[in-house]
Write a protein that binds this ligand. Sequence first.
Ligand code: DX5
Ligand code: ZN
Length: 218
Amino acid sequence: MIKIAPSILAANFAKLGEEVKEVEAAGAELIHIDVMDGHFVPNISFGSIVLDAIRPLTSLPLDVHLMIENPDQYIEQFAKAGADYITVHVEACRHLHRTVQLIRSYGVKPGVVLNPHTPIETIQHVLEDIDMVLFMTVNPGFGGQKFIASVVPKIAALSKMIKERGLAIDIEIDGGITAETIVPCAEAGANIFVAGSAIYNQQDRTAALQQIKAAGEA
Ligand code: DX5
Ligand code: ZN
């Protein structure tokens, strides 16, 4: 089963509530929330007050992607604001195992994110402790970038590792996802797909979302 997680980074912030409700009605399975601090990535987005605002408006899980330094310092805040998943970058965590346990201690599902150049070996010893691996298929920081195809073999390798170890971990892909780029990622074993511009920059968001999902399921 393929799940689509629209990224609100590409939404119209002047009417964010409606933008979230629209993709929920269109068949989205999660809402992807991109948090950027201007240090880990060269851009600033927003903090937990945005979760406070949208949490009452949707019953979908909130998938919080922290592109920030020192994530431990902010996990409680995002958990209390209603995050269902919190993913942290392996590149930003000095004590990854501790961070993952901290997320879990708030009843939130922990996930780990890998930048395009980061090998999967960096997370092999925390796989038993996490619910999701998120592969970046762009360099994080901005929506609307071009998909980096060299990440696909990493997805296949992790998918194999997860199966061999009998684990149930979601594999999520983020960056440049369209009805074309979803295909090799789904074939490689990914099951959750973030899409920002490919949904929110379209006139008919429902058609766009359904087209991407259908391409991934084909
Ligand atoms: C990039 C973010 C992505 C981004 C995806 O740093 O993590 O979630 O919003 O946007 P698109 O789908 O336009 O590449
Ligand atoms: Zn993201």
